[in-house]
Write a protein that binds this ligand. Structure first.
Ligand code: GLA
Length: 393
């Protein structure tokens, strides 16, 4: 008995050491850029360096975007020792050179692989090479790993992702671990101790209806998100051309309200002023990056018209009015009700507005108070976002 006890005591640190993700990373949702939405397999050293340059020169980095993530297609093979082989034509100086370049810009570097035998584009996957790959990524000084779920055959998702988590931890370099399992096995129920974010759905498409379908799928997931563990409704399409600027403003606002990772997916080198203005709206970003780490809940669902509320530190809140319809709408807004908004749908009370300034986050101006109820005009597919600023803080 005594022997068994000592063995268990001896093993505890070992078990503890392995069954752990890196804590204290992404305590607010990660922000950055990922190559997939715009460039698919057309990735190269040149592209990534130019994107890193543009991230800084455009002001995106100053607004908080710091991870530069290469998605699928950087890898072509494994050598005789099992080492992953980087596409030499597209990355002539190898991956470490590129990571160093991104770091030299004050940014962080992310890479992509897959829990299955092959990635979604048929490149070598991580299955069976978890510890070796984690060591390689750590050697390159990678900061973020997105791990996909193609070609997984009969693998168990929780076991597969936990194995890679352990491999990363063993490799010793703190890396954000982004699970890309498309919500297939409800990762929100088990991945809090495995990764830092998990995809909740299939891939986003640069269209209003597709974006809204993904948004709708987040409705019941609010309680699973928090500092260091986020629901991921997929990367941003802002600026990729399939939606209007109004719709992109809505897309970005909804992702901010959801405390979603903000991974831009457009060409930062050539984006329009309007795209940049959307992606760098600091008041909107501050709502996303609020340290309380709450995901918004749906306070009212009136079909075409919804109200979403995100609680913020200091007894503040962000409220997003959403006109989903193809028609413009006039909505009557009672700011006292919005201030008191509670996730109990039926509990309607009225807050006291006198201690709050109401800020219109897209107009960048305070709402003139005086009357409690205002009529607000909303174009089709648009949002109004208000922040209730606590003057007594
Ligand atoms: C899957 C993922 C995408 C992207 C591609 C790459 O579809 O969900 O985000 O990484 O694979 O092949």
């Amino acid at each position: 008995m005594k022997n068994l006890f000592s063995i268990l005591l001896f093993m505890l640190p070992v078990i503890g050491l392995q069954a752990q993700k890196f804590d204290n990373l992404v305590l607010t949702p990660p922000m950055g850029w990922n190559s997939w939405n715009k460039f698919k397999c057309d990735v190269s050293e040149k592209l990534i360096m130019e994107i890193a340059d543009a991230m800084v020169s455009s002001g995106m980095a100053a607004a908080g975007y710091d991870y530069v993530v290469i998605d699928d297609c950087w890898q072509v093979d494994r050598d005789e020792t099992g080492e992953i082989v980087v596409d030499q034509e597209r990355f002539p100086h190898g991956m470490k050179y590129l990571v160093d370049y991104v770091h030299s810009k004050g940014l962080k570097f992310g890479i992509y692989s897959c829990a299955g035998t092959k990635t979604c584009q048929g490149r070598p996957g991580g299955r069976g090479y978890e510890f070796q790959d984690a060591r390689t990524y750590a050697g390159w000084e990678v900061d973020y790993l997105k791990y996909d779920w193609c070609n997984h055959s009969t693998q168990n998702a929780q076991a597969s992702y936990s194995l890679m988590r352990d491999a990363l931890y063993k490799a010793g370099r703190p890396m954000v671990f982004s699970l890309c399992e498309w919500g297939a096995n409800k990762p929100w129920e088990w991945a809090k101790d495995v990764g830092h974010l998990w995809r909740t759905t299939g891939d986003i498409v640069d269209r209003w209806d597709a974006m809204m379908t993904i948004f709708d799928a987040q409705k019941d997931l609010a309680n699973y998100a928090g500092p260091g563990h986020w629901n991921d409704p997929d990367m941003l399409e802002v600026g990729n051309g399939g939606m209007t600027d109004e719709e992109y403003r809505t897309h970005f606002s909804l992702w901010c309200m959801l405390a979603a990772p903000l991974m831009a997916g457009n060409d930062l080198r050539t984006m329009s002023d309007e795209t940049l203005a959307i992606l760098t709206n600091r008041e909107m970003i501050a709502i996303n990056q609020d340290t309380l780490g709450k995901q918004a809940f749906c306070f009212r669902d009136n079909g075409d018209y919804e109200i979403w509320v995100k609680k913020l530190v200091g007894d503040e809140r962000a409220v997003c009015l959403l006109n989903r319809s193809d028609e413009k709408k006039s909505v009557e807004v009672d700011f006292r009700v919005l201030l008191a908004a509670n996730d109990d749908y039926w509990k309607i009370s009225k807050g006291d507005l006198k201690n709050y300034t109401i800020r219109d986050v897209w107009e960048h101006q305070d709402v003139k108070q005086g009357k409690d109820v205002s009529l607000v005009e909303m174009p089709p597919h648009s949002v109004k976002v208000y922040r209730f600023i606590n003057n007594q803080k």
